[in-house]
Structure formats: C-alpha cells, structure tokens
Design a protein around this ligand. Structure first.
Ligand code: SF4
Length: 223
C-alpha cells in the first residue's frame, strides 16, 4: 500500500483510472491533451449519470442515500464524485457503501471495479473508516453487481492511480495501437489508430519516406 501524499494541485480526476485501464493513449489524450469527443456510449452514460447526479438525499429504513457525493484522496492524488453513496445502519453507526451507475453491462476488464474501489478509498480517507464492499449497477441488465474491496483490487487501484500520475507528469501521449476496443472508443476519430498507429498503412508509408535517404533533401545541404 502506497503512503505517498499529493498536493491539491496534483490531484487527477478519478475517471482517469478507468480511461487508463481501457487504453493508455485514451487516458493521455483526455487528461494530457484535454481532448474529448462524445459517441453513443458516452452520451448514454452521461445521461444516466445526469439522472443520478442530482445532489439530493433519501432515507428509507436502515439505508440513507446521498447522490453526487464529492470525493478526494490526497494519498492517491484523486478527486471526483460518487454517483451514489448509501449509508447502511449498523447499530448506532452509518456505514458507507458506494454505488456506481454504468449504462452497459459488466465488462471483460476491471476498469469499473477499480473506479469503484478508488471511490471507496477516497471515502475511507475522508471519513476515517474502512469499507469492505460496494456495488456497480448496470443499465442494460438492470442489475447490481456487488464488489468486494479485497487486497488484489486495492493493489490494482493504487497501481493504476500511480501509473496515471506518471503518465500525466511525463506529458507524453503514447502512439496508437489499433485493437478491437477502438471500435467502441469515443476518441476513434481524433486518435486515428489505423492511419497513425505503428502498424497502420499510413504510419508505415510515412516511416518508409523518412527512411529513404534520397526522398527528401537534406536540410543542411540547402543552406
Ligand atoms: S481509438 Fe484505440 S488506440 Fe485510440 S485512444 Fe481509442 S482505444 Fe486507444
């Protein structure tokens, strides 16, 4: 477990962790180059979050629900918002239980679980408590998936946060590498992974030109 403490100015958006796991280049394009483009998936996700994020609260029996809860962790250098934090009554205490809303269905990778775990770590630091689990609610299947914040998930979350800080500090956007997930990426048009990637035809064509010694005049000989 890392004990690093960041300054307020160094805090990164919690959502960057999810972008990092999805694609390192996507994370750099959004969080270094400040590019953003919406596609059908992100628009649906935004509408779902807007519905949830109305900054209100409810109380039903032993569960108190807070919406749009601001989050921060100086230890991991994160700032953001939780869609929903439920507080479950346990004796005379209210125990926090973060719930994140997602438009689709459970994904093959751990990005949603890492984002939720990061929210839990923020809440633990802010409320000086320990949180063992939370839940992801998926719009397509309209079902909750419980998530245990075990050692493996906490380690992955902390490592991802550290990697995002290093990426942003480097200021270097990695080259694109076209893969299946590019089809669902909102930055596909801006990234152009087929044209600009290391394996793309345009990329090969351009490197071919660069490597031909007689293709372009040597700038030094024109002086
Ligand atoms: S289009 Fe592909 S390579 Fe480019 S940012 Fe998206 S996922 Fe990454």
């Amino acid at each position: 477990m890392t004990n690093t403490t960041y300054n307020e100015d160094d805090l990164i958006q919690l959502s960057a962790l999810q972008h990092m796991i999805f694609c390192k280049r996507q994370c750099a394009l959004i969080h270094i180059e400040q590019l953003w483009s919406e596609n059908q998936f992100t628009a649906e996700g935004r509408i779902l979050h807007d519905k949830v994020d109305t900054a209100r609260q409810e109380k039903r029996g032993d569960i108190r629900t807070e919406y749009g809860v601001p989050l921060r962790s100086l230890r991991l250098g994160l700032v953001g918002k939780a869609d929903v934090v439920e507080f479950h009554r346990q004796g005379n205490r209210w125990h926090p239980f973060p719930v994140e809303y997602k438009r689709g269905k459970p994904k093959g990778d751990n990005c949603d679980r890492v984002q939720l775990c990061a929210q839990a770590i923020c809440l633990e630091e802010m409320l000086n408590c320990s949180i063992t689990s939370g839940a992801l609610f998926y719009g397509t299947i309209r079902r909750r998936e419980d998530v245990a914040f075990d050692t493996a998930l906490r380690t992955e979350t902390e490592k991802t946060a550290k990697n995002v800080h290093e990426l942003i500090k480097s200021g270097i956007t990695p080259k694109p590498e076209y893969s299946k997930k590019c089809k669902g990426c909102s930055l596909l048009e801006l990234c152009m992974p087929k044209a600009c990637g290391t394996t793309g035809k345009a990329g090969k064509y351009l490197s071919g030109i660069i490597n031909q010694s007689d293709a372009l005049p040597d700038p030094a000989s024109e002086e």
